[in-house]
Design a protein. Structure first.
Length: 133
């Protein structure tokens, strides 16, 4: 197997760390903007969706790290369960929220999309770093 060079691994680890921090920083910032623009109920839904997005991100990072460490060995079946369980839980939670109208659908979806915004922000940062070199 080809190993990544140390510099590449450090770059990827930094991107992974920054992405987690970006999502955590965007949750309160986005919640304040949503509360100011719409209402407190929508802001609470946004914060809930953001926390779901962050939890899902952390879970996926842990599973990918496990898979990378086990790439030379047989991957345990529970690792696959850990990969798909968050998606099933996310679908179940969203179904309950949307079917019971406990939280604003738009707010929760907006919070879930924080992961996408974080990835886009990290992408722009990486492009700027590459252009500066």
């Amino acid at each position: 197997m080809n190993e990544l060079p140390q510099a590449e691994r450090a770059l990827l680890a930094g991107a992974e760390r920054r992405l987690g921090l970006l999502i955590l920083a965007l949750i309160p910032l986005g919640t304040l903007v949503v509360a100011w623009q719409w209402s407190g109920a929508v802001a609470a839904a946004f914060a809930f969706g953001g926390m779901l997005a962050y939890g899902n991100y952390c879970w996926v990072v842990a599973v990918v790290d496990t898979l990378m460490k086990a790439q030379r060995a047989r991957v345990p079946r529970r690792t696959y369960l850990k990969l798909f369980l968050p998606l099933a839980l996310l679908v179940a939670v969203l179904y309950v929220i949307f079917s019971r109208s406990w939280l604003s659908v738009a707010g929760v979806l907006g919070g879930l999309f924080l992961l996408v915004w974080g990835i886009l922000m990290e992408l722009v940062y990486e492009i700027i770093l590459a252009v500066r070199r």
